[in-house]
Design a protein around this ligand. Structure first.
Ligand SMILES: *Cc1c(COP(=O)(O)O)cnc(C)c1O
Length: 242
């Protein structure tokens, strides 16, 4: 059999995935943690559905997108490339409230919730989608924590996070998964992740099922795993430079 371009890409992705898994496992062991406690979300924004299909062949099932339309199209395309393969789609980027209604048709989770108005819009949209049979389960929500409160990067300031988590917890059509963060520029990642770890503990104390701490990307996943991350979100190190 002759090698196809797809074989080349599959090999490339397999190699990158093994390297990312090794980094996560090393970081977990260095922190005295079980590597199995740390999940991997492949951030596939800008990459084609064909790459997502290859990643499902390699055993991945959780994917992150930052734009509603791109995610919707990719989720549909994956369903036709790999019928019957279960994938969980997370929205990881800043989200306009008017996208909520279309998002709940394909996304399983929104990891970037940072305002009460967005919580309410997602609750409304999820209620309608469940009613209409467009989805079967509540929408999982993570509250995004902004350590430096920079409004451009998204996320709620640390002191607003517990109240936002309570608001999500009170929504019948949302399920609170925990918290997410993107380490800010200008602060050592470890310092930022330590702060987020503390707020994650507060949220977990009030909501025992909200055990997810999504932290760490291609450049800082070791630091995040040292500070309790249960999910690293990796784009570049898996798929290449965007
Ligand atoms: C793009 C993105 C990632 C992945 O970043 P890489 O540095 O490419 O690994 C993770 N989280 C969020 C919120 C992103 O937007």
């Amino acid at each position: 059999m002759t090698a196809t371009p797809e074989d080349g890409r599959r090999d490339e992705l397999a190699e990158a995935l093994a390297a990312v898994r090794a980094r996560v496992a090393d970081a977990a062991r260095a922190a005295g943690r079980d590597p199995d406690e740390v999940g991997l979300l492949a951030v596939t924004k800008t990459w084609p559905a064909q790459d997502v299909a290859l990643l499902t062949d390699l055993g991945l099932s959780a994917f992150g997108e930052n734009k509603e339309q791109e995610g919707a199209a990719k989720a549909a395309e994956l369903a036709s490339l790999r019928p019957g393969v279960a994938a969980r789609w997370h929205v990881v980027g800043r989200l306009q409230r008017n996208k909520a209604r279309s998002l709940v048709r394909w996304a399983h989770a929104v990891d970037s919730v940072d305002s009460a108005r967005l919580v309410d819009a997602l609750e409304n949209a999820a209620a309608k989608a469940l009613d209409a049979g467009e989805r079967q389960e509540p929408l999982e929500v993570l509250v995004q924590v902004s350590v430096d409160a920079d409004p451009d990067r998204g996320g709620a300031p640390v002191d607003e996070v517990p109240a936002l988590a309570d608001r999500v917890g009170g929504c019948a059509h949302l399920s609170l998964g925990g918290v997410m963060t993107v380490a800010p520029q200008g602060i050592a990642p470890r310092e930022a992740f330590a702060t987020v770890w503390e707020v994650a503990q507060r949220v977990r104390a009030a909501h025992p099922r909200a055990v997810t701490l999504s932290a760490g990307m291609s450049g800082d996943l070791e630091d995040a795993v040292a500070y309790g991350s249960t999910c690293v979100r990796v784009g570049t190190a898996l798929l290449g430079r965007r």
